[in-house]
Design a protein around this ligand. Sequence first.
Ligand SMILES: [Zn+2]
Length: 217
Amino acid sequence: MTSSFPKRLSEGYRSFRTDSFARERQRYDALASHGQKPTIMIIACCDSRAAPEIVFDASPGEVFVVRNVANLVPPYAPDGSHHSTSAALEYGVLQLRVEHIVIMGHGRCGGISAIVNDSDPLSSGDFIGQWLSQIRDVAQFVERDSGNSEHHHETRVERANVEHSLANLRTFPWIRQREQRGELSVHGAWFDIALGELHVLDDRSGDWSMLEGADPA
Ligand SMILES: [Zn+2]
């Protein structure tokens, strides 16, 4: 059986070539010659509705992005296993020397919902079950408030998960050191898919609030 390349992608590619690539030709030339030098790293979910480059209107070369299911940062564990997120962090921090790391969670996250509602596919033998088990400890400490909806509870777990990933970031010795020296800042963010709003975490107070000055036209 032969399969053709997805039509949606070939059409999108043609549009990219004639539109944004043509317009940003010089930027691509410079990036190819001099390499990338992004100052911001973003860790986001794989969810197709929460793409950081779209939310932050980023151009090529501006943000170093790693995406995984439920935007998780596992704790520092130099145990010889295949840690893709930790490898990306190591490259971003030690090689690219990014100045900011943003953990970006989002609303209606399927990974969070699966843990909160204990739904499939979550067997501990599956990759995804194993991966998402990292959230279980976080979720059990978020109390259910009977006065609020299930959706509201999931939002609280999504945000607690971002806070937990921030704490795990600080278990990496080279992240902790650079943060202490003022060379690196870490940030928590949460994107509301329905409203297109970005909320950010105030690290000192622990409060979340919407980023100001961005009303849609
Ligand atoms: Zn998600």
